[in-house]
Each structure stands twice: as structure tokens, then as C-alpha cells.
Design a protein around this ligand. Structure first.
Ligand code: PLP
Length: 394
């Protein structure tokens, strides 16, 4: 049975995690894995999550199956969080998923089912699971330029040039905010120009939003998505509650589809059927925690407050690292760090430079120089800046 089976290459990020665990140095710094950390290096259970779980412990009287697409109250709460009041309820189809990853996969499966000849256009670079999932689901994919490493900013001209080759019916995958891995986001004008372009070319946006609240704020981070939902007839959305609710292991995600009211019944039934064919019923605990928080004004206020603390910590660390690098290098070469959003930025660097960073300085980043800013502390910033300046500049 398994004679022809080859051991797949280990996932690059998981490999970095393992090397970090195996490193005995006390002052090692993990900037690899994409989870939020507080000043003590912990990924805390958020206060509102604790409160919601305590509430559920007291009041939940069954754990029987939900519906194939999950709990409608979760759909409504997440649709409101993501879309505000930009879209009427009868134009939204939804399905709870196993995290944002499950949502990306479900949307890819929906594309394959509804429009098998579509190509999904994916930013280069991107979160590696985008390309992996398109491949395993069997959806055609092409890359578009996204990041100008020399400028440390969005390569808008390159992106638009590459997307000229998209044909009507194709799908353009966009990061809703806090682009992973570059941290380079669209401006309001970029979103507006993209809405016009997509409409003119009959292209469908697929917005993956996994960091709402980590960039400029819960509302501000959804502004681009909402603009598309108002101006483009159909929008595919994959959202995760892993980061902004700290529910990583509970696997809370959702696929939302904005469509014509006449199409909604078919889209909704297709999403439910696709869940049936893979997981039957989606996980409910994390989704129910999210719904409990969003439906309770006091819990929601506390969640927003803690999320703001997290966002401010990330932004503060970005500024500190950019300043420390300015001092170390005497240049503004890493100045983009302060302007970028969310946990990630890419600093570039050859394999040898990344290895030197790890081996000589105990600083762990992912290949290509993606670093998770939330893995820093104010105390580790000067040391990391020195290491980055030495390893990447020499
Ligand atoms: C861009 C992006 N999309 C989706 C996800 C999915 O997260 P999860 O499956 O943990 O909810 C992530 C997580 O790293 C991500 O970075």
C-alpha cells in the first residue's frame, strides 16, 4: 500500500518552529510562526473568550450537530462584523468552516464547482496555503506581482499589468488587510481602482481576511472588503477568527459569498453540500464563542478593547524596530516596517543570511525574511535590530 509513498518535504514554517524548539540558547527570539504574542511571549486566551466560555459552560445544554453550514446566528454575527450593513441579508450565503484555512478551501471548492474554467490570480508572495489549496482542490492558478522589495511597498503598476491577462470569469484573490507576508496593504484609492477594474473585466474578488483588527482597527480593516461588496456584484470571502479572537486551535472560520438574491439559495446549498462532502458538520465551539461575544454588548466592548491593546502593541513594536534599525544601519532601508500593517513584514535576505541570523544570533525568521513583529518585545528589539543589520547588510 505505501511502497510508492514519498515523505513530503516538511512545511517551511513548521521546520523553523522545530529548529527554534531545539535551540538551547535562552535569548533566542522566535519571529517565525504567525501567532500573536504578548510582552511575556504568551499567546493569551482573550478576556472576552474566557467570559463567553464561562457563559457557555453554564448555559449550553446540548452539543448535538448544528446545520451543515453551521449556526445561522454565527453567519449573521460574522457577516455584520465583516460587511457592516453594506449588503442585504438575502444576498449573503455563508458556511462555518474549520478555521480560515477551511474557508479558503471551501471557497476554492465553490469556484471549482461553479466555474471550473476559472483561474484564481494569487499575489506573489502570498500565504503559502493559497497556492497549496488551489493546487489540491484542482483550481487553475496564476500569480500576479504584488510587492516591490526595493521600495518596501505595494507594486501597484506590476500588479495591474499582470492582472490585464485575467479573462472574464476569473477570480482575483486579495488579502483584506495585513497582507501576509508583506504587511503592504491597499490604500482606499487602490481598493476603489480595483473595484472598477474587477467590474469592467467581469472578474470576481476573493477576499481572504484573517487579521481584521490587527491593522488600523476592526472597521478600518474591513473598509476595502466593504467597498468591493458595495460596488462589485459578487464577492467571495474567507475569514478567520483565529487571530483576532485568539481562537487558533478552536478552528473558527467562515466562508461568505455576496451574490445576487436570486442565486443565493443555490450558493447556500452548494456550500452546505461541500461541507457535507468533507467534514459533514463544521466545528462549533469557537464559532459559538465568537457569536456569544459579538451578540453581547459588554463582551464585545471588552473584546474590542483587548484587540486594540494587541494592535497598539504591534504598531509600537514596528516603530521601535524601524527606529532601532535606523540607528544600526544609519539609513532608512527598513523604514517601511513602521508603515506596514499587521504582524508580518518581509526583509528579504538570502538563505545563507537567514541561516546566519538563526545560527549566530538566535533570531528565527521564515525563508525570504518574513518576520512576525509580534514575536518581539521592547527588550529584544535592540538585539534583534543589531542582528538584522549585521546578517542582512554584510
Ligand atoms: C492570509 C491568511 N489566511 C488565512 C489564514 C488561516 O488561519 P486559520 O486557518 O488558522 O484560521 C491565515 C493564517 O495564518 C493567513 O495568514
Amino acid at each position: 500500500m505505501f511502497q510508492s509513498l514519498k515523505t513530503p518535504a516538511p512545511d517551511a514554517i513548521l521546520q523553523v518552529m522545530q529548529m527554534f524548539r531545539d535551540d538551547p540558547r535562552a535569548d533566542k527570539v522566535d519571529l517565525g510562526v504567525g501567532v500573536y504574542r504578548d510582552d511575556s511571549g504568551n499567546t493569551p486566551v482573550m478576556r472576552a473568550v474566557k467570559a463567553a466560555e464561562a457563559h457557555l459552560l453554564k448555559t449550553q445544554d446540548t452539543k448535538t450537530y448544528t446545520a451543515l453550514a453551521g449556526d445561522p446566528a454565527y453567519h449573521a454575527a460574522m457577516a455584520a462584523l465583516l460587511l457592516g450593513d453594506t449588503v442585504a441579508d438575502d444576498q449573503i450565503a455563508a458556511a462555518a468552516t474549520t478555521g480560515g484555512t477551511g474557508a479558503v478551501r471551501l471557497v476554492m471548492e465553490l469556484i471549482r464547482t461553479a466555474r471550473p474554467d476559472a483561474t484564481v490570480w494569487i499575489s506573489q508572495p502570498t500565504w503559502p496555503n493559497h497556492t497549496l489549496l488551489a493546487k489540491v482542490v484542482g483550481v487553475a492558478q496564476k500569480g500576479y506581482r504584488y510587492y516591490d522589495a526595493a521600495e518596501g511597498a505595494l507594486d501597484h503598476a506590476g500588479m495591474m499589468e499582470d492582472l490585464q491577462a485575467a479573462k472574464p470569469g476569473d477570480v482575483v484573490l486579495l488579502h483584506g488587510c495585513c497582507h501576509n507576508p508583506t504587511g503592504a496593504d491597499f490604500t482606499a484609492q487602490d481598493w476603489s481602482a480595483m473595484a472598477d477594474f474587477l467590474t469592467e473585466r467581469d472578474l470576481t474578488p476573493f477576499v481572504d481576511i484573517a487579521y481584521q483588527g490587527f491593522g488600523a482597527g476592526v472597521e478600518a480593516d474591513a473598509a476595502g472588503l466593504r467597498l468591493l461588496a458595495e460596488r462589485v456584484p459578487r464577492v467571495l470571502i474567507a475569514a478567520s477568527a483565529a487571530k483576532n479572537f485568539g481562537l487558533y486551535r478552536d478552528r473558527a472560520g467562515i466562508a461568505l459569498v455576496v451574490c445576487d438574491a436570486k442565486e443565493r439559495t443555490a450558493v447556500q446549498a452548494t456550500l452546505a453540500g461541500l461541507n457535507r462532502a468533507s467534514i459533514s458538520f463544521p466545528p462549533d465551539h469557537g464559532a459559538r464563542v465568537v457569536t456569544t461575544i459579538l451578540d453581547d454588548p459588554a463582551m464585545k466592548a471588552d473584546w474590542l478593547e483587548e484587540l486594540e491593546e494587541m494592535r497598539n502593541r504591534i504598531a509600537g513594536l514596528r516603530r521601535s524596530l524601524a527606529n532601532a534599525l535606523r540607528r544600526e544601519t544609519g539609513s532608512d532601508r527598513f523604514g517601511q516596517l513602521a508603515a506596514q500593517q499587521g504582524m508580518f513584514s518581509v526583509l528579504g535576505g538570502s538563505e545563507a543570511q537567514i541561516a546566519r541570523l538563526r545560527e549566530e544570533f538566535g533570531v528565527y525568521v521564515v525563508g525570504g525574511g518574513r518576520l512576525n513583529v509580534a514575536g518581539l518585545t521592547e527588550e529584544s528589539v535592540p538585539r534583534v535590530a543589531r542582528a538584522l543589520a549585521k546578517a542582512l547588510a554584510d
